[in-house]
Write a protein that binds this ligand. Structure first.
Ligand code: NAP
Length: 455
């Protein structure tokens, strides 16, 4: 894949980039290693000061960063501004809390003194996706750098301007030049970097095949990994739910980021008693979405990020229809330049058909009718993924069952799944392992060192 910015709303090539040569990669690895030696000794105060500066830059220039994201990968501009603000929030969160999260933990034992100390590991390679081109990177970088590690970013090949802009933000905030570096490389170079002894660990956010590949290489070289992979999140609605709110939130949860979010709700599982009403209103709201130029403030759905994603989505929907699913609205690409696809609703999808098990990246929802909470849980868990889950019910017994029985890294009751710097984020099953954000995220890339001092 060439490293190029191509506007998905127009197909216009904005900029192309020369990939870094082997010699440049070698230089960057060495700079990372050298920087780590001194950077790991810096105080939390010093790191916090710089991280607050990063937050300031993000806040102040959020409109410029938002425009860059929108023109590179097509997210609606309003959401892009929100993403830049959220990046500032995660930087502030770790600037304020890292020292507390990583303070020595004293433990009573038969020693005179025993405690746990958290120390950085070294250069961490981050392989990142294009769908939240700033957020995915900052939610890794803020805790990793606050813990004293240094970062090497291999961003998705279609968002090179964002990748370079992030490196520049850290430089402007006066982090040492090797504390955060962007590598402009294709996926084929990841193995060579991962097997290098100077790289301590890796994190990947992306698809299952990419995660599996990176984890197996890292495993071979005995390196820690965190994997944030795909999802097919259920959104369950039971009879006691507030239907108005549930429908509006369901549409938002499906179509956020033009439907290209790992935690977008993808399967809507609705109790039979309210199913018909839910279906009617859901389809109406999907039809009413404003599709168009993502740079327009009023746009709710922009283009898909690449022509390949559009092709994959068309194939998934067409296959589902061939296998008996019915289209209640949408089902076609829009006849205009850019990678646009109509907001689409599918029903009568066979739960064992590939489309209901695969991740669907685009504004396509599937509705399922179930008899009761047991059926809903069974269907929700019938997937190899386990990222997020949402359940709408005001019945406390049902709430307790969903909290306990849904197989996912999180469960949101009467709300939509969203990440928050204060709460851990991650999945189980094929959605990956490890956690980002909160105290858990900053503990992923540290040596948890036991210290035992004799009487
Ligand atoms: P992707 O194709 O897996 O790419 C993600 C990153 O991995 C890119 O930098 C890509 O580089 C690289 N890559 C791809 N194949 C690789 C390989 N074999 N070895 C090493 N690196 C490889 O995923 P995507 O299409 O960009 O992103 C969408 C996916 O990310 C979805 O599955 C989504 O659910 C998931 N995601 C998960 C989370 C989460 O937190 N769980 C958050 C956001 C997205 P190139 O671009 O150069 O190919």
């Amino acid at each position: 894949m060439p490293i190029a910015s191509i506007n998905p709303a127009t197909g216009e090539t904005l900029k192309t980039f020369e990939a870094h040569s082997d010699r440049q990669i070698e230089e960057k690895l060495q700079i990372a290693t050298n920087t780590f030696r001194s950077y790991r000794l810096t105080s939390f105060e010093e790191r916090s000061q710089k991280m607050f500066r990063v937050a300031e830059i993000l806040d102040k220039e959020k409109r410029e960063f938002a425009k860059m994201m929108t023109t590179e990968m097509g997210k609606p501009i309003k959401a892009a501004v929100g993403e830049a603000e959220k990046c500032a929030w995660v930087c502030r969160y770790y600037a304020e809390t890292a020292q507390r999260h990583l303070a020595d933990q004293f433990v009573e034992t038969d020693a005179k003194r025993s405690f746990v100390r958290f120390q950085p590991l070294g250069p961490v390679l981050a392989v990142m996706p294009w769908n939240f081109p700033l957020w995915q990177v900052f939610r890794f970088a803020a805790p990793a750098l606050m813990a004293g590690n240094v970062g090497l970013l291999k961003h998705a090949s279609n968002v090179p301007q964002c990748a370079l802009a992030i490196e520049e933000i850290f430089r402007r905030a006066e982090f040492p030049s090797g504390a955060f570096q962007t590598l402009l490389i294709g996926a084929d170079k990841v193995e060579r970097i991962l097997q290098d002894d100077r790289v301590a660990a890796a994190t990947l956010t992306g698809s299952e095949p990419a995660g599996s590949s990176v984890a197996s290489i890292a495993g071979k070289h005995i390196k820690k990994t965190v994997l944030e992979l795909g999802g097919s999140d259920p959104f369950i609605v039971m009879p006691s739910a507030n239907l108005d709110k549930a429908v509006t939130t369901a549409v938002k949860a499906r179509t956020i980021n033009n439907g290209q979010s790992c935690i977008a709700a993808k399967r809507f599982i609705v109790a039979a008693d309210i199913y018909d009403e839910f279906e009617k209103r859901f389809v109406e709201e999907m039809k009413a979405l404003r599709v168009g130029d993502p740079l327009e403030e009023s746009t709710e759905i922009g283009p898909l990020a690449t022509p390949q994603i559009l092709k994959d989505l068309e194939r998934q929907v067409n296959d589902a229809v061939v296998q008996g699913a019915r289209l209640l609205t949408g089902g076609r690409r829009l006849q205009r330049p850019g990678n646009y696809y109509e907001p689409t609703v599918l029903v009568d999808v066979n739960p064992s058909a590939p489309v209901s098990c695969e991740e669907i990246f685009g504004p396509v929802a599937m509705l399922f009718r179930v008899n009761d909470a047991s059926d809903a849980i069974h269907l929700a868990n019938s997937t190899s993924f386990g990222l997020g889950s949402a359940a709408w019910t005001n019945d406390e017994q049902e709430q307790a069952r969903f909290i306990n029985e849904l197989e996912a890294g999180c469960v949101f009751i009467n709300g939509m799944v969203a990440s928050d710097p204060r709460l851990p984020f991650g999945g189980i099953k094929h959605s990956g392992y490890g956690r980002e954000l909160a105290e858990f995220g900053i503990h992923e890339f540290v040596n948890i060192k036991t210290v035992w001092i004799s009487q």
